[in-house]
Each structure stands twice: as structure tokens, then as C-alpha cells.
Design a protein around this ligand. Structure first.
Ligand SMILES: Cc1ncc(COP(=O)(O)O)c(C=O)c1O
Ligand SMILES: N[C@H](C=O)CCC(=O)O
Length: 447
């Protein structure tokens, strides 16, 4: 039998770091990554034949669980008709219309046009180019700890793998590009006001994760996204809401829908100009999108001067997976994901309490993660600096003990945990059984 260790040794000879995306490499938790042979429902099985209850869900897309038979069947049928045409298909219009209709709250729909692309990185990169082209301005505002993919202008003080590897940014990004991104502390209204007072006529857009989940989960303070919209709009800038991670995962209309439908305060409601999607919209296939009102979106070529293109954009297999996934993602699916997330986060928090591990559960809808340290027991973190000050060294021991107990967690304390509609009582039972020993390992860990 080939082992994970052997495969990692072999992959490291042909792939930089043995992986095709840095967070997969187990850099901050140590050991060899699991090489996955197959996945079904709530579980993944590695090449050694060990099956784990999976709390990564392909980093979000697997909302329904892995390899949902209806989604697989839709992809198989699409594949039989041809893999890619480089020409429009009816499915692309169906998916775009489904997205336009779904993203609705209180009778308001922020999307009139949608463009399909292949990755979240492309979606945010295009949204920024579009904002610059539409406004004729150069500067972009982003928040420290937010991750929007790996395009040059977005890697400064970014979350996800850069948080995991403690990188302030990326080599290879020119000074000229970096200087066009203004990085501000999250949830800091005074910093926004100040930067707009100084550069308001040069700022094309603010980009923000709808609810931050790439420095661990860190939701915006109530009304913060609405404040961003008001500030941007009063200076002629756009608000780009990045829902690559949260879109169609935390609710049928994403974080924007959740926030706007549950917020009782009228002043907390807002309209983003552009929204980016990825992950769930492609149901596990490479598909992402950006959308907004027609006046802005029609600046894209072929109608307007902002160029964007893609040989595989709107790929028919990816569109089939996305359509099947979104059509199945009804209220009952979200109820089950929410219930599973509440059960797992509460049980994990209780296990940490029992083991004496000071922590706080961080939640944004069904997304959650944990921050470790006495300071968080009484006060929630608000910024990237806050979460970087946590006891990160507790996580590797916890992670490996959970893995020994048959549970696959995200291999970084700075990533969200993902539940699916397939996490049934048996899957939750495996997690509950693994928790006491893992929490004990976290308690005994040392810096
Ligand atoms: C909020 C957010 N935006 C953008 C991206 C980039 O998406 P992708 O990895 O598909 O390029 C991600 C995740 O990777 C993300 O979580
Ligand atoms: N945090 C990232 C996406 O949300 C993890 C996925 C990756 O970069 O491979």
C-alpha cells in the first residue's frame, strides 16, 4: 500500500512544496497531508484507506456533501455532450438568472448582470478592474486579514495561506501595484473616514469579505458593511462585496441576504455595487462569478471598455454542477448545515472548557472557527492584529489529535470549519468522540 508520506515525498519532487495550493501542505500543523482517493457525503478517504469525517468540504464548495448523486449525474450528462465549446450555452444563462433571482432580500436584488469566470481570484480581479474602469480612479481599499485570491494587488496583509505562513505579502508584486492598494484595519470606521477624507477622489472601490473568514472567522460589526457602502457611495466609489466564501453557503442569498434580512435596523441595510462568488456556485467544479447592476457590469467587454475573457469561462460541466447544486440548496439544506454547525461548534467549545483551554467561538452564519487565549474570553477580536495575537501553537496538537480520532479539520487555525448537509448524527458522533482527547492535547500544548 502506498502511504501519504510516500506520496508527499514523491509530489515534493515534481510540485513546489508537494502541493498545488499552499494551505494544503500542512505547513503550520506539521506532517504529511492526506492524499485523498475519494470522498462521499460527509467523509473523505485517503490513499491509505482511512476515512475521515471532513470539516474542510473542499474549502467550502461541498455544501451538499461530497459527490452528491444528483450533482455527479448532472456533470456526467454534461460531459457526455462535450467538455468545452468556447461558445455560449443555454446553461450559462440559466445559472446567471438563478443567481440574479436568488440574491434577494426585502424585495431588493443587487444583481442585474452576472459574468461567469473560473476561480474566485478571477472574480475579484475582474471586479477591481471593472471598478477602476467604471470610476476612472486608481486606488483600492482592502482590509488586513481579508483574502480575495492571489492577484497582485490583493496580496498585501492577506489572510488564508499568507496568514498561515505569516507572510506580510508576496514577492513578485511590484511596488507600483502594491502602492495602489490601501490596507486598513477591519471594523475600524475612523480609519475608513480618514482615508476617504485624504484620497476620496482617487478611490475606485472598497473590497471586503462579506464576513471575514480567512483569518479565522471574524464577522463585521453590525452596520459595518452598511457604513462601507455609505462612505464609498458618498465619494463616488464602489463597494465590492466578496462572497466567494460566504455566497450560497451561509444562506440562500449569501451573507448580504442574511445580514439584510435579519437586520432590524434600517440603517444597517445596504447595497453593494459588485458581488463576487466562487466555491458553492460551482458545486465543486472550477466556476466563479461576479455580478452587479447593469450600468456597471455593461462596462465589461464586449459592451464596454473593460476587458475580461476566458477560454473555459462558463464551462458546461462546471455550469451543470453549479446549477444542480443551487437547485438542491433549499431552505432545508441550510437548516441542516446551520444545525450541524451549531452542534459541532458548541460541542468543541464545551470540550475546550472541560480541558481548561481559554478560547472563543467565532461565528458567521454556519461558518465558525476558534481563537485561543485568555484575552478572547471577555472580548471578541475585531482585527487581524487581534487574531494574530492568539495562542496559535495550541492548534497543531488539537488538529493531529482530531485526525487520529478520524476527523479532518482545516490544517490552519486561520481557516474556517465547513459543515455540509450530509453531516448526519453518525458523522457528528465521530466528532464528539474525538473531541475530549483533542481538547486535552490542546491544553497540554506548549509554545
Ligand atoms: C473570500 C475569498 N475570495 C476569493 C478567494 C479566491 O478564490 P479561488 O481560490 O477560487 O481563486 C477565496 C478563496 O480562495 C476567498 O475565500
Ligand atoms: N482559504 C482559502 C479559500 O477560502 C483556502 C483555499 C486555498 O487557497 O487553497
Amino acid at each position: 500500500m502506498i502511504t501519504n508520506d510516500q506520496l508527499f515525498e514523491a509530489s515534493s519532487l515534481s510540485l513546489p512544496g508537494g502541493v498545488n495550493s499552499p494551505v494544503r501542505a500542512f505547513g503550520s500543523v506539521g506532517g504529511s497531508p492526506r492524499f485523498i482517493r475519494s470522498a462521499s457525503g460527509a467523509t473523505v478517504t485517503d490513499v491509505e484507506g482511512t476515512t475521515y469525517v471532513d470539516l474542510v468540504a473542499s474549502w467550502g464548495p461541498a455544501l451538499l456533501g461530497h459527490a452528491h448523486p444528483v450533482v455527479v449525474e448532472a456533470v456526467q450528462q454534461a460531459a457526455a455532450r462535450g467538455l468545452s465549446f468556447g461558445a455560449p450555452t443555454a446553461g450559462e444563462t440559466e445559472l446567471a438568472q438563478l443567481v440574479i433571482d436568488r440574491v434577494e432580500s426585502n424585495g431588493i436584488r443587487p444583481l442585474e448582470r452576472v459574468r461567469l469566470v473560473s476561480t474566485g481570484t478571477e472574480a475579484t480581479m475582474t471586479a477591481i478592474r471593472l471598478a477602476r474602469g467604471y470610476t476612472g480612479r486608481d486606488l483600492l481599499v482592502k482590509f488586513a486579514g481579508h483574502y480575495h485570491g492571489h492577484s497582485d494587488g490583493l496580496l498585501a496583509a492577506a489572510g488564508s495561506g499568507l496568514a498561515t505562513l505569516a507572510l506580510p505579502g508576496s514577492a513578485g508584486v511590484t511596488e507600483a501595484t502594491a502602492s495602489q492598494t490601501i490596507v486598513l484595519p477591519y471594523n475600524d470606521r475612523a480609519a475608513i473616514t480618514e482615508v476617504f477624507a485624504q484620497f476620496g477622489d482617487r478611490i475606485a472601490a472598497i473590497i471586503t469579505e462579506a464576513a471575514a473568514a480567512n483569518m479565522g472567522v471574524l464577522p463585521p460589526e453590525p452596520g459595518f458593511n452598511a457604513f462601507l457602502a455609505t462612505t464609498a457611495h458618498s465619494h463616488g466609489a464602489l463597494l465590492i462585496l466578496d462572497e466567494v466564501l460566504t455566497g450560497f453557503r451561509v444562506g440562500p442569498a449569501g451573507w448580504w441576504g442574511l445580514e439584510n434580512s435579519t437586520s432590524s435596523a434600517q440603517e444597517h441595510r445596504y447595497l453593494p455595487d459588485l458581488i463576487t462568488f466562487g466555491k458553492v456556485i460551482g458545486g465543486g467544479m472550477p466556476l466563479a462569478a461576479l455580478g452587479g447592476r447593469a450600468a456597471v457590469m455593461n462596462s465589461l467587454a464586449p459592451l464596454g471598455p473593460v476587458y475580461q475573457a476566458g477560454t473555459l469561462s462558463g464551462n458546461p460541466l462546471a455550469v451543470a454542477a453549479g446549477l444542480a447544486t443551487l437547485r438542491l440548496a433549499d431552505a432545508e439544506v441550510y437548516r441542516r448545515v446551520d444545525a450541524a454547525a451549531a452542534a459541532v461548534s458548541n460541542a468543541t467549545s464545551a470540550a475546550f472548557d472541560a480541558a481548561g483551554v481559554a478560547h472563543r467561538v467565532q461565528r458567521a452564519g454556519s461558518l465558525f472557527s476558534f481563537v485561543f487565549g485568555e484575552q478572547f474570553v471577555t472580548a471578541a477580536p475585531k482585527t487581524y492584529d487581534d487574531v494574530q495575537g492568539q495562542e496559535t501553537w495550541r492548534y497543531p496538537a488539537f488538529f493531529h489529535a482530531m485526525q487520529d480520532g478520524g476527523v479532518a479539520l482545516p490544517p490552519s487555525v486561520f481557516e474556517a470549519w465547513f459543515l455540509t448537509a450530509a453531516h448526519d448524527e453518525a458523522a457528528l458522533g465521530t466528532i464528539y468522540e474525538a473531541l475530549p482527547a483533542a481538547a486535552q492535547a490542546a491544553a497540554l500544548a506548549t509554545p
